[in-house]
Design a protein around this ligand. Sequence first.
Ligand SMILES: Nc1ncnc2c1ncn2[C@@H]1O[C@H](COP(=O)(O)OP(=O)(O)O)[C@@H](O)[C@H]1O
Ligand SMILES: [Mg+2]
Length: 229
Amino acid sequence: MSKELIRKMLLPNRNGSHSLSTAMAARSGSGKTTLLTHLVNEARKDEAFKETRFVYISIKQEQLFDEKVPIVTNVDDLLKQWAKNPIVTYYPTEPEFYEVDIDEIIETSFSVVDKVEGGIVLIIDDANVIKGFDSRGIVSPSVKKLTIAGRSKGIRGLFICHRISNLPRLMNGNLSGMVLMSISSMDLDYSKKIFGQDFEPLMPELVDYRWAYVDLIEDKTFKFNPVPN
Ligand SMILES: Nc1ncnc2c1ncn2[C@@H]1O[C@H](COP(=O)(O)OP(=O)(O)O)[C@@H](O)[C@H]1O
Ligand SMILES: [Mg+2]
């Protein structure tokens, strides 16, 4: 996997052609959390990400980063940890406040990003649990702002969910790429209709932790072997 591709997937770049948000979709247990952890660790090895701040929001409260990555449960602590740590894991604690917590992280990112030279990557794992993440759902104004206005501010979302149809319709045209692992055949129609993408030929190749990056800007697909686990 080249540096160039990781930058396309994750690097916030206020003027970049590929710096809209990215989505990752695959069934439960297909290796999404493992893959995103690997991608972020790879990004960290690249000088271009030196000043970038990542927040990994894990609704399931699990993280595969090493123990040097601090875990926080509120935004004040997130900001404190970001001063010293490029990656911080955030565990939302109360199910009734999942949406509120995520909105607060997004709004806080917008208010501090001008001081963050390398931009911010906001990763929401198991986003399908969040209200608004289904084809009919209406996302919160903050998620909408992240999706639409994040790029120009240097903030990128990485939305991880089980089904392509968990991605709100407004993301059509507002994503630079999609990372796919084992997808559901039920998603094929939705992908065609909403994203104009035919993933049927790709489906049989996305087994056993294999994955693909679909560049939605240049309409190209890159296929990969499983990352080490
Ligand atoms: N690249 C891989 N190679 C081998 N095993 C993997 C790989 N990725 C994930 N796994 C295994 O599959 C299981 C589910 O992985 P996980 O990343 O939690 O999936 P998801 O986040 O999609 O539910 C874990 O037991 C993990 O060890
Ligand atoms: Mg997971």
